[in-house]
Design a protein around this ligand. Sequence first.
Ligand SMILES: *Cc1c(COP(=O)(O)O)cnc(C)c1O
Length: 459
Amino acid sequence: MEKHTIPYKIYLEEKEMPKQWYNVRADMKKKPAPLLNPATLQPVTAEELSRVFCKELVKQELDENTAYFDIPEEILNFYRMYRPSPLVRAYCLEEKLQTPAEIYYKFEGNNTSGSHKLNSAIAQAYYAKQEGLKGVTTETGAGQWGTALSMACSYFDLDCQVYMVKCSYEQKPFRREVMRTYGARVTPSPSMETNIGRKMNEEFPGTTGSLGCAISEAVEAATSQEGYRYVLGSVLAQVLLHQSVIGLETKIALDKYGIKPDMVIGCAGGGSNLGGLISPFAGEMLRGEAQYQLIAVEPASCPSLTRGSYVYDFCDTGKVCPLQKMYTLGSSFIPSASHAGGLRYHGMSSIVSELYDQGLMEARSVEQTAVFEAAQYFARIEGILPAPESSHAIRVAMDEALKCKETGEKKTIVFGLTGTGYFDMYAYQNYNDGKMGDYVPTDEEITKALKNLPQCNGF
Ligand SMILES: *Cc1c(COP(=O)(O)O)cnc(C)c1O
């Protein structure tokens, strides 16, 4: 098709790949609020954080002024095996939708873990190895983060202990086996190995677990074993920093062809892929160099940005992690059992929250069946079976393209396609069988969960 001047897939050459991560906080005049120690309600110190997290990662977490961090050569080498990820021009989707809009997506599903999470997993494993640790502990809900971390740990020969929410452990045996193939030890949570796990099992016999509880177990496991630290796959500033590789590559690829997007869209669970994708664009806005429409998409069943409050809250149900100021539904909020496991988090990255609060970004919430309708439509046209999480962004990108069809506007839309959905076929089965429902929490439910906030909102 000679009429296409932009290739279907825009790849970067190795020498064009970013060599540094970008820390968008450096360009924010008003910074995200500091993490607080839950006991003293004072900003956490590097020393306090270092008991739980790797030292170098603590430095990155607390640094709000350094704009660029060199990506260590060992990490660049690993990135080179599966990056750059392609920026795809969705010609087929455009044609099918009959839209004048130009649609691009940045596809992060081209690695065995099947999602963007590997970008941060490899960085976190690298710094753990550098520090001379024996291993790391973590939790996983849907399983994507645990898979990515297992791959990263096996690459650097680190022990990897994953607490997997019991219902996922049972429902997603293949995710579990991928992790074990990469050498990780996977324990269903709540387990009988930690104090918090035993307590939960005693109080709620037969419980199938929750992400909040698995976090508390993983933190306990890290702090009670010599040579171990805890790692987290989203929400934290360090994770957004590593994920900025997504946005930087996207920007370089677009610039190469002189393309300026009108809107950049990403799904938001803890905010890491979205934050990483939009960071370079938000940076230009913050420096007054350009204007973009940045859109976060979240599930209507777990609407932290669109219906939550911007306050300090607990990051985990066990209340062991630092307090973070963020858009939250309350740490006791239990989202309905939606199929986008990676988006079922009560809070949001503090950076994404602050950008949203400053009006640099918008947020939309979408219902599950509309998301799967878009997922199926996309799979049939573009050939990629998307993850349910990613399909939130597809939904809004398609809606925007359809709006352009009505108005005749020729907007350029870029969205993040964070991963593939091969381990989510149970969800697709539900959709195909017509059994999928939409659950939207009532105002009362949200108000109730927000009653259990920490008492520190005067900070
Ligand atoms: C984990 C995950 C997400 C959501 O996490 P963020 O930190 O918000 O990016 C989105 N898509 C996929 C495929 C995931 O695995």
